[in-house]
Design a protein around this ligand. Structure first.
Ligand code: BTN
Length: 332
């Protein structure tokens, strides 16, 4: 357990964003004021930032709406609920992806969904860490099984999931968002979220994919110190407009389920034009890094298999399946 019951109760009381006096909190929890003070010290150590002002009391520095199983489940359509075998919300976990990769190996059913309030070892692409402080962002993974076609059946899945993420954000009127190949969620030239898909199985039979999505809603600067990429969060993108974590989690899950459900039959093709309309690299001068190799050119979008097209100085266009793209010389 990441937070004690007392700490959770304090957070519930403070979730209205108002100041609450130490006396009021002490009474509500049936403890002394100094015990409340100690609880706030440990909340700070866990990265939950708050203000303590004498004469006013305590207030959280950002709105905290914890994820709730009932709210998320009730927000899903019957059809989406039927696609889910298990839905779990963890207070803290090493990584929602690692957890479901373990379960995939233990024959867990397709449609296993896992959210967490905090990840102690959140994973990004290319061995990076995904910074995952408590209660302020979204970290979710879905285990999905593909019956035939092997690992090749999942080609382009990460691009399609990117489309699902943008659809969800747009449904919440967050329009200033796009995709950076292969599947970074971008806004105003900075990374807002990312997708990590871990596939295992046979080359020619059943396989499983763990689809992980991390989306920054409020990422305190103190937590983001270690991030080497330009990053942003929804609070910066939409200002102070309140956004419900539970509603956004439900919308993201619904759109991802829509896409993964039919993917084995229809593949990437139906999503290509939409992906292209969200492409924030299109027409940009960029560098693609593949290991030690650097390829400079103008990004010409993606081909029908989702490969990145780069126009070289000699006007030839080459397609690339992997690599890390940067705008203007910095890896982003
Ligand atoms: C990226 O590097 O862009 C991919 C980031 C993926 C992060 C998410 S958070 C939920 C899931 N669990 C993880 O450990 N990683 C993914």
């Amino acid at each position: 357990m990441y937070l004690s019951d007392k700490q959770k109760k304090i957070l519930m009381l403070l979730s209205d964003g108002q100041f609450h006096s130490g006396t009021e909190l002490a009474e509500a929890l049936g403890v002394s004021r100094s015990a409340i003070c100690k609880q706030f010290k440990s909340l700070s150590e866990l990265g939950i930032q708050h203000s303590a002002i004498s004469g006013k009391g305590y207030r959280l520095d950002y709105a905290l709406e914890l994820l709730d199983l009932t709210t998320i489940t009730q927000g899903l359509s019957q059809e989406h609920q039927r696609l889910i075998s298990i839905l779990e919300i963890h207070d803290s976990i090493n990584s929602t992806n690692s957890y479901l990769v373990d379960h995939a190996q233990k024959q867990a059913a397709s449609g296993f969904v896992c959210f967490a309030e905090h990840q102690s070892s959140g994973k990004g692409r290319r061995g990076r860490t995904w910074v995952s402080p408590y209660g302020s962002n979204l970290y979710m993974s879905i285990l999905w099984r593909f019956q035939q076609g092997g690992i090749a059946a999942t080609a382009g899945l990460s691009l399609a999931v990117g489309v699902a993420a943008i659809r969800a954000l747009k449904q919440h009127h967050i329009n200033d968002v796009g995709l950076k190949w292969p599947n970074d969620i971008y806004s105003q030239g900075k990374k807002l979220g990312g997708i990590l898909i871990e596939v295992s199985g046979e080359t020619d039979g059943p396989c499983s994919a763990v689809i992980g999505l991390g989306l920054n809603l409020f990422l305190p600067d103190s937590e983001a110190r270690t991030i080497s990429q330009a990053w942003t969060d929804l609070t910066k993108v939409i200002g102070s407009v309140p956004i419900s974590r539970n509603q956004l989690a439900t919308t993201l899950l619904s759109h991802i389920l829509d896409i993964v459900n039919g993917f084995e039959t229809i593949g990437i093709q139906p999503y290509l034009d939409e992906w292209r309309s969200y492409d924030c690299l299109q027409g940009q001068a960029a560098t693609l890094y593949i290991g030690q190799q650097q390829i400079n050119g103008i990004v010409e979008g993606i081909d029908d298999n989702g490969l990145l097209l780069i126009k070289r100085a000699d006007s030839t266009i080459q397609a690339f399946a992997s690599g890390e793209v940067s705008f203007s010389g910095t890896i982003v």
